[in-house]
Design a protein around this ligand. Structure first.
Ligand code: F6R
Length: 614
């Protein structure tokens, strides 16, 4: 949500800022803008719509070639996505320009105060107050850094702010509270970005900032302080992926590229998890064996796709470890007064590591002194930083807004966590754990097998371009897969799509079934309890009422063929691991259908990659 770029150095800032914004486009936005510092004045341009609109405007009326600038892609919260409300916002006397991600909760009060003092507002945004406040502070503060520290002490809510001062052209100042911001460390130049994608083309050395910190970048260096002015330090780290990971690599969409990267992503997330003694090891776990042995309840919190990974985790952990697991939507968690003790393990699953609901949920859990473990893809992000331990998923950067490899690698991390707990608590024998690890090691190959069927799935998508409603059914670990398939379709194709537990069908949803309605059915592997047979009955029931059944079933499962209008087979794997292969046709279907419908697959309407406001 919102992309932020800042630059000071020796190159033309316009190019660096626009390119940075382009690499942050995936976060989701509805307007874009840039401000440059030009010999004592601020020049800026900002436009509603895509970055191309801004570039066109700059093309028609060029900006000066200067070397300090800030830029922004805005995902509207306060005020419609118009030119006027786009960032940067410039102060009354045009001394300061500001961009902002987050929500300033006390902006109405500050706005009233400024209006009372005679400031005329140029927009309906909360951000604009920060520009005016900084300009007023600069009347007495020695520089923009001190002005920023003072202003931040007056702000409530979540924010990343980045500002420039027309009279101090070699300085960009930023601040963060509950909102993402990273520093890129260059030679004779420095960068700011919402995430490292903003500057990965120029440097892979990054500095992670703490909560409530102000950072000043100049050509020569970087200085960090608290909001109170006390000196502070960020954590420097090396980004372990490069520019090519942030490119489309010949695919039409990042999402499609990321779907096809999944065999490697799954392999990477499994890498180095078995020690020389064959024991499972999780390097970044940080929770002691005793802490883990004491756990008597697990609560998984997450949003969207990550929540569905959590649902699969519940089945795996309860089965292998016999610990009760609750899975909770992060946005609901705090508000139901959850029962948390020091022996509760809260597992927060988040691809971005910045989702505001999930972050607030783990803070709540830590206040209750529960232990928090993050499952996260983004190194240096806030959720792992604020957790007691972390399992990184190692999927590499996920740029398509709809999560794909993020989901698969979260599943892998969940299985690893379940097996690790089983090992520590002794609820499974070592050879049972090894056997599942061997099955996991086969998964990259199985995922590839599924991707080799892409053409089959694309043909199915071509048959459904006129479709306006699709149902998804699953049981057991296939139920979250059904939910995920429906979410992907809603997000990308903008059509009605709903996932159900197949057993619930007769309790209501079956009334939706009518002639020709496509129903995806995720069929559990054969030979496990009555799970499979119950699913087959469900398929028969919807088909008898006219549904067109699109079945995803284990290879060699002859029982499905008579009832499947279309059949996509998946390799034979245990039921708990089946989501890793069963979800692939659903990802491919949604991506292809949305493409055929002419939608922007990487940046679906109204969505943001990382939801940094509650
Ligand atoms: C769906 C999707 C979202 C995210 C959700 C949580 O394709 O991407 O539903 O899964 O916003 O995001 P993270 O995992 O970053 O916390």
């Amino acid at each position: 949500m919102c992309g932020i770029v800042g630059y000071v150095g020796g190159r033309p800032a316009q190019g660096v800022v626009i390119e940075g914004l382009r690499r942050l486009e995936y976060r989701g936005y509805d307007s874009a803008g840039i401000a440059l510092v030009d010999g004592g004045t601020i020049v800026s341009d900002k436009r509603a719509g895509k970055l191309a609109n801004l570039e066109k405007a700059i093309g028609e009326s060029p900006l000066p070639q200067v070397t300090t600038g800030i830029g922004h892609t805005r995902w509207a919260t306060h005020g419609a996505p118009t030119d006027r409300n786009a960032h940067p916002h410039v102060s009354q006397h045009r001394r300061v320009a500001v961009v902002h991600n987050g929500i300033l909760e006390n902006f109405a009060l500050l706005r009233a105060e400024l209006e009372h003092a005679g400031v005329e507002m140029a927009s309906e945004t909360d951000t604009e107050v920060a520009a005016h406040l900084l300009e007023r502070e600069l009347e007495t503060a020695p520089d923009l850094t001190v002005a920023m520290q003072r202003v931040c002490q007056r702000l409530e809510g979540a924010f990343t702010l980045v500002a420039v001062d027309a009279l101090d052209p070699d300085r960009v100042v930023a601040a963060r509270r509950n909102s993402p911001l990273v520093v890129g460390l260059g030679e004779g130049e420095n960068f700011l970005g919402s995430d490292v994608a903003a500057f990965i083309e120029h440097t892979r050395e990054a500095l992670e900032l703490g909560q409530d910190q102000v950072v000043t970048i100049t050509r020569e260096g970087v200085q960090v302080s608290g909001f109170d002015g006390s000196p502070a330090q960020g954590r420097q780290y090396h980004v372990d992926w490069d520019l090519s990971a942030a490119e489309k690599d010949g695919h039409d969409w990042f999402m499609r590229k990321e779907i096809f990267e999944q065999p490697r992503a799954v392999a990477d997330s499994l890498l180095g998890r078995r020690g020389a003694d064959g024991q499972l090891q999780l390097d970044e776990m940080r929770l002691s064996d005793q802490d883990l042995r004491d756990i008597d309840k697990i609560i998984i919190i997450a949003a969207g796709t990550s929540f569905y990974a959590g649902m699969v985790a519940k089945y795996a952990i309860e089965h292998w470890c016999r610990i009760p697991v609750e899975v909770e939507l992060a946005s609901e968690f705090r508000y139901r007064d959850p029962i948390l003790t020091t022996d509760t393990l809260v597992v927060a699953i988040s691809q971005s590591g910045e989702t505001a609901d999930t972050l607030q949920a783990i803070r709540h859990a830590r206040v209750q002194r529960s232990k928090v473990l993050a499952i996260c893809n983004t190194n240096g992000s806030t959720i792992p930083r604020e957790s007691d331990g972390v399992i990184y998923t190692h999927a590499g950067p996920e740029i398509g807004v709809a999560s794909t490899k993020g989901f698969l690698t979260q599943l892998v991390a969940c299985y690893l966590l379940a097996l690790y707990l089983a090992q520590i608590k002794g609820t499974r024998f070592g050879d049972e754990i090894s056997q599942v690890m061997d099955q996991l090691d086969d998964m990259p190959g199985h995922v590839q097998t599924m991707l080799d069927k892409a053409e089959e799935v694309y043909a199915l998508a071509r048959d459904h371009v006129e479709t306006r409603s699709v149902l998804f059914l699953g049981r057991h670990a296939g139920y979250p897969v059904a939910l995920e398939g429906a979410l992907k379709l809603k997000e990308l194709a903008y059509i009605h799509a709903e996932g159900f537990a197949a057993g619930e069908l007769k309790h209501g949803p079956i009334a939706l079934v009518e002639e020709g309605l496509p129903v995806f059915c995720v069929v559990p592997p054969q030979g496990r309890d009555q799970l499979h047979d119950k699913m087959v009955s469900g398929i028969q029931e919807v088909r008898a009422r006219g549904a067109r059944t699109l079945c995803i079933a284990e290879e060699g499962d002859a029982s499905i063929e008579p009832y499947a209008d279309a059949l996509i087979t998946v390799p034979s794997v245990p039921v708990l691991l089946q989501p890793l292969v069963a979800v692939l046709p659903l990802q491919l279907f949604a991506c292809e259908l949305a493409t055929l419908m002419g939608h922007d697959v990487d940046q679906p309407r109204n969505l943001a990659k990382s939801v940094t406001v509650e």
